[in-house]
Design a protein around this ligand. Structure first.
Ligand SMILES: Cc1cc2nc3c(=O)[nH]c(=O)nc-3n(C[C@H](O)[C@H](O)[C@H](O)COP(=O)(O)O)c2cc1C
Length: 260
């Protein structure tokens, strides 16, 4: 592990564990010095949790936007994840919308049969953009085979294995909402970025691959700029949505949608 890797891991660990006030105290000053706007990812177990954390972040210099991670158990609803229920997802979005004018992204879960009604509900509740996707629910088995490997039994599957699922969800969501879709799921190189733009993403994020190479996002920006220059494009806007059907919402070529 290099010094950079260790610093990155410490940074992520701190952000996850420390609580909002400690994060603001320790990092907001640093963020104001960055050229890249910082969008803070917020999690909670109740609508009040989300509202309280966003209330603290709102107005802090260095915080350019909020992304709600709603793949969390809603204790008020018996542990049901906000992200798998359109009403719960819309409820937390609307509550946060009421207390901040910061750009508000809400992150979709792939662990649903049809994400489109949930995406539409979040849009109607006032989100500025949707992020797709969070991790896929999975389990691993302990070497003894006497129990699941993870203490929590379920874990989140991420990285290149989930890219086709992320592409499918971005493709579906981009056709039913008017707000931008920010894609994440298995991006490791420029070809992945171009694929996600083609199915309707307006921007992309990098998750798992950043642990292997913290500089990857910077390189991807350079690669995308070079690709646009090569194609004679002033921006990547013409690359967005080129693989979407001409008739929005059209079923697959066989006339039905494949559903698990
Ligand atoms: C170690 C780890 C930690 C994560 N923590 C968060 C988190 O705090 N909030 C969140 O919204 N998503 C979190 N995710 C999900 C990622 O942001 C991303 O949505 C998912 O991993 C798919 O993208 P990827 O294949 O590029 O990793 C995490 C993923 C991993 C692997």
């Amino acid at each position: 592990m290099s010094v950079t890797d260790k610093a990155l891991r410490d940074y992520f660990d701190f952000l996850r564990e420390a609580g909002v006030d400690a994060v603001i105290d320790k990092y907001a000053g640093t963020w104001t010095g960055w050229r890249t706007p910082v969008i803070v990812n917020v999690a909670g177990e109740s609508v009040d949790d989300y509202v309280e954390v966003v209330r603290r972040l709102d107005g802090i210099a260095g915080v350019a936007g909020i992304e709600l991670n709603i793949s969390c158990p809603n204790v008020g609803k018996g542990g049901l994840q906000f992200a798998i229920d359109a009403d719960a997802a819309a409820g937390v979005t609307a509550a946060v919308r009421r207390i901040t004018d910061l750009p508000l992204l809400v992150k979709l879960s792939p662990n649903v049969a049809d994400v489109r009604p949930i995406a539409r509900a979040i849009e109607a509740a006032g989100a500025d953009a949707l992020t797709a996707i969070n991790t896929l629910s999975g389990i691993a088995v302990a070497p003894s085979r006497a129990k699941p490997l993870l203490g929590n039994i379920y874990g989140g599957l991420s990285g290149p294995a989930i890219k086709p699922v992320a592409l499918r969800i971005v493709y579906e969501v981009a056709q039913v909402v008017d707000i931008p879709v920010v894609a994440i799921g298995g991006i490791t190189e420029l070809a992945d970025v171009l694929d996600f733009l083609a199915v309707g993403a307006a921007a992309v994020q990098v998750g798992t691959a950043i642990f292997a190479d913290p500089t990857l996002p910077v390189r991807l920006v350079d690669d995308l700029e070079a690709e646009c220059r090569r194609r004679g494009l002033a921006s990547f806007a013409p690359l967005i949505g080129t693989a979407l059907p001409r008739k929005p919402g059209a079923p697959s070529a066989k006339g039905v949608e494949y559903r698990p």
